[in-house]
Design a protein around this ligand. Structure first.
Ligand code: SAM
Length: 346
């Protein structure tokens, strides 16, 4: 098969996702790397992840912090979050990702105050929100306050799989509508899915790839599903780094300018996951900046890594590690190259 710069046919996707032909796979990964480098050079963008709360009103069956789980809950204070961003800025971070469960007490005013405080302190930064489903008005207020990007994975583009992963009070349509609204409001949007989540298959992942073609997100985040001991999927096998990296390369080739992280989940199931993701075409890393209380209790799945190269303590060490493979950390907001002056080119 010839690997070119365009959308793959279904037949090609099936071949790429199932083949044992190592020379085809190495062509896939090297072409994805080539595309990334032609647009982003050897820059790897870093995002400081701040896990704001593990309270959640949603019941996603796969997630360790879902509303039914009996876990120690925490909620960071505004000051803790703003101070954490300050620490991050001094370490070299220019994007902060506020992520959390859908905590009913964290209303718009809470986030607006934080966004404004961080944005007033620093001009050369971006704020990404990853705080789940909210209504249009709320997204509008958050955008107005200065938030730049929003991550909301669609989780599975297949209706049957989506329903198996979520209780009845959630729907795939609601998630897709939210992503469309966020884009309309001017957010750079990110979507994605869990690789080899329960009930998913090569065919449903092809549906994921096709939904991403339609949504044209500026960011695409995928990582292997990893089981959590207190969920109904505790016996399910986790996703593999092999399939995850194939999908990263496919998504890179189909979405050349997308910002694609090599995720913590990938690095949690494979000790070389971080670099494997980058060598498959990813160009973003999201080290964990969270204070200890959050790091210890934001357990979406078992054995989640949050220290070493997953922690944010040692950006220099991470840079040295990447240098060995011909990459370097870029101290910059790291916008999608399809975004100019904060405005999205369509
Ligand atoms: N509540 C927000 C939302 O739904 O977008 C953000 C937090 S949510 C915990 C962040 C992401 O974690 C989800 O989009 C999901 O893909 C991922 N996640 C949750 N449980 C997981 C698991 N068991 N394995 C891998 N990823 C998981």
């Amino acid at each position: 098969m010839q690997i070119k710069n365009n959308y793959f046919t279904d037949k090609q996707l099936i071949e790429l996702l199932t083949t044992n032909d190592t020379s085809l796979l190495s062509k896939l990964h090297s072409h994805a790397r080539f595309i990334t480098k032609s647009i982003y050079s050897n820059d790897i963008y870093i995002r400081g992840l701040i896990e704001v709360s593990n309270y959640c009103k949603q019941g996603c069956y796969y997630c360790g912090i879902n509303r039914s789980n009996n876990i120690k809950r925490y909620r960071l204070k505004k000051k803790d979050i703003v101070d954490t961003a300050k620490i991050g800025y001094n370490l070299g971070f220019r994007t902060f990702v506020l992520q959390g469960g859908e905590d009913p007490l964290l209303n718009d005013d809470f986030y607006i105050d934080i966004i404004k405080a961080i944005k007033n302190a620093y001009k050369d930064i971006r704020i990404t929100l990853s705080i789940g489903l909210r209504d249009f008005k709320s997204y509008e207020q958050l955008k107005k306050a200065g938030a730049d990007r929003f991550l909301l994975r669609h989780e599975s583009a297949n209706e049957f799989v989506f329903k198996k992963l979520h209780p009845k009070d959630q729907s795939l349509k609601t998630r897709i509508d939210a992503l469309i609204n966020l884009k309309k409001l001017g957010f750079a949007i990110g979507t994605g899915f869990m690789v080899e989540a329960p009930f998913s298959s090569i065919n449903t992942h092809i549906e994921d790839i096709k939904l991403i073609r339609k949504l044209k997100p500026q960011m695409i985040g995928i990582g292997p599903f990893i089981s959590h001991k207190d969920t109904i999927f505790k016996e399910n096998k986790s996703g593999s780094s092999d399939l995850t990296t194939r999908l990263i390369s496919i998504l890179r080739i189909e979405n050349p300018t997308a910002l694609i992280p090599s995720t913590t989940a990938l690095n949690s199931i494979d000790e070389y996951g971080r670099i494997k993701g980058i060598l498959s075409g990813a160009n973003v890393i999201m080290p964990n900046l969270s204070p200890k209380l959050a790091k210890n209790n934001y357990n979406l799945y078992d054995n989640k890594k949050n220290t070493g190269l997953e922690g944010a303590e040692d950006v220099l060490k991470l840079d040295k590690y990447l240098n060995r493979y011909g990459y370097k950390i870029s101290i910059s907001p790291g916008d999608n190259k399809g975004v100019r002056n904060g405005k999205i080119r369509r």
